[in-house]
Design a protein around this ligand. Structure first.
Ligand code: NCD
Length: 358
């Protein structure tokens, strides 16, 4: 352990997540986006409004030109040390919508990490060139470490946005998921009071973990976790739900047993990149935890079917044309909600909300 490892260890292990989250906020606003516990209901509602306004303004050329002027003086760095299609492309396009120039490292085999450069030195280097760092990394607390490092030891504490940290959190995915739920239930009483069913690899799926935490901001939510025992939700999330009096049930036999209760069905793939050399995922039978076209009769007529993607065969492709399938829209919502978050972090959201298209 070097000096920074020790300091980070002390910071990380002696403080609750709320205390740690506090250093990533400035003046009551999110600065670094590290955990989904940083979001509160007013901030989420504000982000929904910004997202709606961005979508509306971008319908005209005049609107797109206006948006491009908002952050044309800022540069973003996308540091993606794990595979990504949607998160990378939606963030990159979100930056471009707001006029930001972007640079990227997508493969650590072409960065100085190969020459033995430390994570910390790499991050400080990126912050020399960019005004914002968006990152994905296989380590669970990578984004937190980066934000802690820049806030504590760098003269250029640029905001860090977590685009996926190991099997722990993926808060901007939770943001686009919650926006998708908000739009899906706009005409049926909103997200409050809904039952959200999570299915698949709940143990190692960072998207389900972040979304479960985020749902704390809504009233009377029920959650159902459907997965074989091996892939069930971890104790830390379940403990969080219990501490916040958020009811949940666990289903380990079959998705079909609980399908009819759900207002939202959030499917995920098996995250076998986290397997050990024994390839333990392949030994678990997940056949009963796939959404089949024949099961659609059991699904509520106004349910929202979601998936963070990529999918394998958890959802039959025949379901894609069912109006309850929201995953393609969800994917596109990612670009708009991420643009909204960036606009919020750079405090240009009032310009967006006050803009009237001609
Ligand atoms: C997810 C991820 O990377 O955690 N993908 C995404 O960002 N949309 C889910 C996954 O890889 O299964």
């Amino acid at each position: 352990m070097n000096f920074l490892d020790r300091e980070f260890f002390n910071f990380h292990s002696n403080k609750s997540i709320e205390e740690r989250a506090a250093i990533f906020n400035r003046h009551g606003r999110i600065f670094d986006m590290i955990f989904s516990q940083q979001f509160n209901r007013p901030t989420l509602e504000r982000l929904f409004e910004i997202t709606n306004a961005l979508r509306h303004i971008s319908k005209s050329k005049e609107g797109c030109d206006f948006l491009k002027g908002l952050l044309s003086h800022k540069k973003a760095m996308l540091y993606f040390a794990q595979p990504s299609s949607r998160t990378f492309l939606s963030f990159q396009n979100a930056c471009h919508i707001l006029g930001m120039a972007t640079s990227e490292i997508r493969d650590t085999s072409v960065s100085s990490e190969v020459k033995g450069e430390s994570f910390d030195d790499g991050l400080r280097t990126f912050s020399s060139y960019a005004d914002l760092i968006i990152m994905r990394h296989k380590q669970a607390n990578s984004a937190e470490r980066a934000a802690w490092l820049l806030n504590s030891y760098s003269k250029r504490p640029v905001p860090i946005l977590n685009g996926g940290a190991g099997s722990d959190q993926h808060p901007t995915q939770a943001l686009l998921d919650i926006y998708t739920l908000h739009k899906s239930f706009e005409k049926s009483g909103g997200i409050d009071g809904k039952t959200v069913l999570f299915c698949g690899d709940l143990k190692r799926g960072r998207t389900v973990r972040s979304l479960a935490y985020l749902l704390k901001n809504f009233e009377n939510i029920k959650m159902i976790f459907a997965a074989p025992k091996f892939f069930q939700m971890n104790e830390d999330v379940l403990q969080f739900l219990e501490n916040h009096n958020m009811p949940y049930t666990i289903e380990t036999e079959s998705l079909k047993n609980v399908l009819g209760q759900a207002d939202a069905i959030y499917m995920t793939r098996i995250q076998d990149e986290h397997d050990t050399a024994t390839g333990e995922s392949a030994c678990v039978d997940i056949e009963q935890f796939k959404l089949k076209i024949a099961d659609m009769n059991f699904v509520k007529p106004n349910a929202a079917i979601m998936h963070p993607f990529p999918r394998r065969d958890e959802i039959d492709v025949e379901i894609d044309s069912d109006p309850r399938a929201k995953y393609w829209r969800q994917e596109r919502n990612g670009m708009w909600t991420r643009a909204a978050l960036i606009a919020y972090v750079f405090e240009v959201e009032n310009k967006i909300l006050n803009h009237t298209t001609t």
